[in-house]
Ligand binder design. Structure first.
Ligand code: SF4
Ligand code: SF4
Length: 457
């Protein structure tokens, strides 16, 4: 039994017995699942690169403008005032992840996570191209510093650095938009050194992750990866080894596993899936492909390693879509529906009305009492909206500073207004008044605020 097979539960696979780094020299995967993953990766990479450029109703499809506290998601704008909706969306997203993981295991990690996609489908492919497959790379790394080795290493790391800078550009575009990033890039360096430093730092981090730290992000850092042990159960769909069929392993031992260890050789996190579900498994399916290639050669049935649940392996059944999977998928659809509903059903404006701090009421000659208010209206649409404010709960009069309320496209309108209420209408010295915000005479939003003033005795 190899040292890895004995020590797999004692320490991370990327660590040797002295605590130092142990490199994973993964074999290049080949097979059906790898082809599917390549196609999915192309779509994800295309989305990551193109999304900041896509305009919807004249606005970016997605923009996470943290600096201006504004998120644009599929054309819907979320401001700081939308924290409640965002919190609900985040909550449903967390719930979505939990239900998704319980049902479909770590499919996200191996198939959709940008970290895995960039590592396996971009950086690792460059490495295969320059340094060859795992045996050649191992030989190159352990060999002396020849001209060939220097050329290959310099070329590989130069390309890695260029990709890291390109990744940073794409990454920053999600937060600034392409136009703003171009503006920053055109500004002379002396006026823009902080942006340049951020760019350099992020590029440096990306380069370090993909050239050195690599799969340890998934096995040691990522919190989602660390949660697997509590999220998965015996019914979850995972990449698993059919030990009932495979054991006893070995060429002439009777089981289907010939103990060739090719599933370990191809694993990007370096684990042996035959040891059971492990934290390090990102469900990339490379071992399924590799074992199927072996099974084909030794003329045995495929899928000794496959996507299945532990319950199915133990019971010998092969039903992947169980009642639970269907029920959980329905929950996922509902959550997704809620997400879409939250984005599409947002109110066109968000109004805040507060009494102006530090100003008391005024008793006027016409027996009215007046209070001064601050009015703030955020426009969440892509249109300029003319509005009107009326008092609904009392027979009062409103005088707005500037007379006109028009909130520009995605803009914020701030003003003050005075509300006059006849003193005989006041029932207490602190009355709740209700305001209505109207657009073309139709009520858009209601707001309440307090009105202070003495009651007639
Ligand atoms: S690739 Fe398949 S046959 Fe070879 S060791 Fe792994 S499980 Fe066994
Ligand atoms: S065990 Fe298989 S599915 Fe899991 S990470 Fe390794 S190769 Fe990918």
């Amino acid at each position: 039994m190899s040292e890895e097979q004995i020590s797999f539960r004692d320490r991370p696979i990327s660590m040797n017995e002295k605590g130092g780094r142990k490199w994973v020299y993964a074999k290049k995967p080949k097979g059906k699942w790898y082809m599917y993953r390549t196609l999915v990766s192309i779509l994800v990479l295309a989305f990551l690169v193109i999304a900041p450029f896509i305009k919807y109703k004249g606005y970016p499809l997605i923009l996470l403008d943290i600096a201006n506290r504004k998120f644009i998601i599929f054309g819907a704008i979320f401001w700081a005032q939308d924290t409640f909706i965002l919190a609900l969306i985040m909550l449903s997203f967390v719930l979505f992840i939990i239900v998704f993981t319980v049902t479909f295991g770590r499919l996200w990690c191996g198939w959709l996570c940008p970290q895995t996609i960039f590592l396996e489908m971009v950086f690792r492919k460059v490495e295969y191209l320059i340094e060859g497959d795992f045996r050649k790379r191992l030989k190159l790394d352990n060999g002396p510093w020849t001209v060939e080795k220097i050329v290959k290493k310099v070329l590989k790391h130069t390309i890695f650095m260029i990709i890291a800078v390109l990744m940073t550009t794409v990454f920053l575009m999600w937060f600034t938009g392409p136009e703003r990033l171009l503006e920053i890039a055109r500004t002379p360096l002396r006026e823009n050194w902080s942006s340049f430093l951020i760019m350099l730092l992020v590029s440096g981090i990306f380069y370090w992750i993909y050239s050195y730290f690599r799969e340890q992000i998934c096995t040691m850092v990522c919190p989602y990866g660390r949660m697997q042990s509590v999220l998965l159960d015996s019914k979850s769909l995972i990449v698993t080894y059919d030990f009932k069929r495979g054991e006893p392993r070995g060429h002439k031992s009777g089981g289907d596993c010939i103990d060739c260890e090719q599933c370990i050789a191809v694993c990007p996190t370096g684990i042996d899936i035959r040891n059971g579900t492990q934290l390090e498994c990102v469900n990339c399916a490379a071992c399924i492909d590799e074992c199927n290639n072996v099974m084909r050669k030794v003329k045995r049935a495929p899928n000794l390693i496959r996507f299945d649940s532990m319950e199915n392996i133990n019971s010998g059944t092969r039903t992947i879509f169980t009642g639970r999977t269907i029920a959980y998928s329905a929950v996922l659809l509902i959550l997704f529906g809620f997400f879409v509903y939250s984005i599409t059903s947002r109110k066109m404006i968000e109004t805040t009305i507060l009494r102006t701090p530090g100003i008391l009421y005024q008793i006027n000659a016409d027996s009215t009492i007046s209070n001064v208010y601050n009015l703030e209206i955020v426009n969440k649409t892509h249109l300029d909206i003319p509005l009107e404010i009326k008092v609904l709960s009392h027979k009062g009069k409103i005088v707005v500073a500037g007379n006109k309320i028009e909130v520009k496209d995605q803009g914020k309108f701030e003003t003050t207004f005075i509300l006059y209420i006849p003193q005989n209408q006041l029932k207490s010295d602190n009355t709740k008044v209700e305001f209505g915000i109207f657009n073309n005479n139709s009520l858009v939003e209601k707001r309440t605020a307090s009105f202070v003033g003495p009651v007639i005795q």
